[in-house]
Design a protein around this ligand. Structure first.
Ligand SMILES: *Cc1c(COP(=O)(O)O)cnc(C)c1O
Length: 426
C-alpha cells in the first residue's frame, strides 16, 4: 500500500526527493497553470522545439540535399526515430517505425494481418476502445466486400468502464482470426494484461495487436516478452511529440516477410528505392510498412521529444506516474469527500494506466470551473474529468494544488455559473 500525508509541505518534500524533478525544466510550462491533459496533448519541450528548428534550418541550407546531405539522416528518419521508441517498449530497433496516424496504422495492420478464410474470419474488438479504431476496422471489412455485422465481434464491458480479460479470452473462439484491443482504456484508464491476452490468442491461432495510444511513453511495456503481432500508437499524448505527430507502428520481426497491406514506395527496400522499378519490394523491417514520403518536420518534433527520454529508465517514469495518480486519489478521498465524486479508474497499480477518471454528475461544468482556475483538465462525455499527471513535468505540488483548487470550486459552488455541457474539443 502506498502511504501519503496531508498538507502542501508533504508534496514539496516529495518534489525535493523526486529523481525525475529536473526533467520538468526541459518543458514549456506556465507559471500557475496545472497541466493535466498530457494524455490528450503532451507539452512542448525545448528539445522538440530545437529539433524542429534544426530541420527547418537543414531544409533552408540543403534544399533537396536534405535527404542525404544533412548531418541528420532524414532519408531514414522514420527508422532512426523508430529505434529510439523501441527502447521505450523493449522492442528490437528494426521492429518500430513512425508513419501515418493511429487510424491509418489500424487500416495498415488490418490490411496486412487480417487474412479471412471461410471458417476463421472474424475480428474481435471491444466496445470501449476509442471509436476511430472501430471505424477503421469496419471500413476495412467493407472494402473486402464483407459484412461488418457478421465479421466484427464485440466484447462488451459489463460495467461500462472496464473490460474482463476472462470474457475477452472466452470470446476468442474458433472463428476469430484477429484481435485488436487498447492497452489502456482512454476513459477509465484500465490497463490490460497484454502478455496474457497475446498468449491466449496465439494458443488459438489468432493474430493479435494493440493500440498503445494511452500507454506509450508512460507504461513500461516489454514487447519482446508480450510478443504480440503488431502494435500502433500516436506520439502526441504522453510522448509529447507534438500536435498531430506522425504515429508509431510495431511489426513483430517474425512477420517481416509478409506483404504490407497498404504499400508505397517509401516502404521499398532502401537500396533499390530510387531505381524506381515497377515492382515493389518491401523493406524487411517495420520501415517496409511505410507508404509515402515521411513528414520530416513532424518527425523532428518526435525526435526531440525522445531526447527527453534518453537518460530515463521507463521503470522510473512508470513508478512516478503510478505514485502521482495514487497520491491524487488519496487527496480526492481525503479532501473531496461529500461532494459527490467517484473514482472511475481501477485502483491497483497493475491494472491502472496514467490518468485518474474522476466522475461527477456535473462533471462538464466542474471541468469548466477548473479551466477558469488555470487547470487544464479533460472532459469525456457524459461525466468524466480525466486528470493525467504526466511524470515528466507534473509535480507533487501540482497534484496538491489541483485538489485544493477543486475543493474551492466545490465549496463556493463556482461551477454553477457554467452550463453542464461539453465544448467542441474536449
Ligand atoms: C488518441 C487515440 C487515437 C487517435 O487517433 P489518430 O488517428 O491519431 O487521430 C486512436 N486510438 C486511441 C485508442 C486513442 O487514444
Amino acid at each position: 500500500m502506498r502511504q501519503y500525508q496531508a498538507g502542501r509541505a508533504y508534496a514539496e518534500q516529495r518534489d525535493r526527493e523526486d529523481r525525475l524533478a529536473r526533467v520538468r525544466e526541459r518543458f514549456y510550462t506556465k507559471e500557475g497553470q496545472i497541466y493535466m491533459d498530457g494524455n490528450s496533448l503532451g507539452l512542448c519541450s525545448q528539445d522538440a522545439e530545437a529539433a524542429v528548428l534544426r530541420a527547418v534550418s537543414d531544409w533552408k541550407q540543403y534544399g533537396i540535399g536534405i535527404w542525404t546531405g544533412a548531418p541528420t539522416n532524414y532519408f531514414l528518419y522514420h527508422d532512426v526515430i523508430g529505434e529510439k521508441i523501441a527502447r521505450l517498449i523493449h522492442a528490437r530497433p528494426e521492429e518500430v517505425t513512425v508513419c501515418g496516424n493511429t487510424t491509418l496504422n489500424v487500416h495498415q495492420c488490418i490490411a496486412t494481418f487480417w487474412k479471412p478464410t471461410a471458417t476463421k474470419y472474424r475480428i474481435l474488438i471491444d466496445n470501449l476502445n476509442f471509436p476511430t479504431d472501430r471505424y477503421a476496422v469496419t471500413s476495412q471489412v467493407r472494402t473486402r466486400g464483407m459484412d461488418p455485422e457478421d465479421v466484427i465481434k464485440v466484447v462488451e464491458s459489463g460495467d461500462g468502464k472496464t473490460l474482463s480479460e476472462e470474457e475477452i479470452i472466452a470470446a476468442m473462439t474458433e472463428d476469430v482470426a484477429l484481435v485488436l484491443l487498447p492497452s489502456v482504456l482512454y476513459r477509465s484508464a484500465q490497463l490490460l494484461d497484454l502478455a496474457r491476452l497475446t498468449k491466449a490468442a496465439h494458443a488459438r491461432g489468432i493474430v493479435i495487436g494493440f493500440d498503445l495510444c494511452h500507454s506509450i511513453g508512460n507504461v513500461d511495456h516489454d514487447l519482446e516478452k508480450i510478443d504480440c503481432d503488431f502494435a500502433l500508437w500516436c506520439n502526441y499524448k504522453y510522448l509529447s511529440g507534438g500536435p498531430g505527430a506522425v504515429a508509431g507502428l510495431y511489426i513483430n520481426r517474425r512477420h517481416f516477410g509478409r506483404e504490407p497491406g497498404l504499400s508505397g514506395w517509401w516502404g521499398n527496400r532502401k537500396d533499390t528505392q530510387f531505381e524506381l522499378r515497377n515492382r515493389f519490394e518491401h523493406a524487411e523491417n517495420a520501415g517496409g510498412w511505410q507508404t509515402g514520403t515521411g513528414s520530416v518536420l513532424s518527425m523532428a518534433a518526435i525526435d526531440g521529444a525522445l531526447e527527453v527520454y534518453r537518460d530515463l529508465d521507463m521503470a522510473d517514469v512508470r513508478e512516478k506516474s503510478l505514485d502521482l495518480t495514487a497520491y491524487l486519489m488519496y487527496l480526492i478521498e481525503t479532501e473531496l469527500s461529500g461532494y459527490g465524486f467517484t473514482i472511475g479508474n481501477p485502483r491497483e497499480d497493475a491494472v491502472r494506466g496514467g490518468h485518474v477518471a474522476l466522475e461527477h454528475p456535473e462533471a462538464a461544468r466542474i471541468n469548466e470551473a477548473l479551466k477558469a482556475a488555470d487547470v487544464v483538465p479533460d472532459f469525456r462525455y457524459p461525466n468524466v474529468i480525466r486528470l493525467a499527471p504526466v511524470p515528466l513535468y507534473v509535480r507533487y505540488q501540482d497534484v496538491y494544488d489541483l485538489v485544493a483548487r477543486l475543493k474551492t470550486i466545490m465549496e463556493t459552488k463556482a461551477y454553477e455559473q457554467y452550463e453542464n455541457k461539453a465544448g467542441t474539443v474536449a
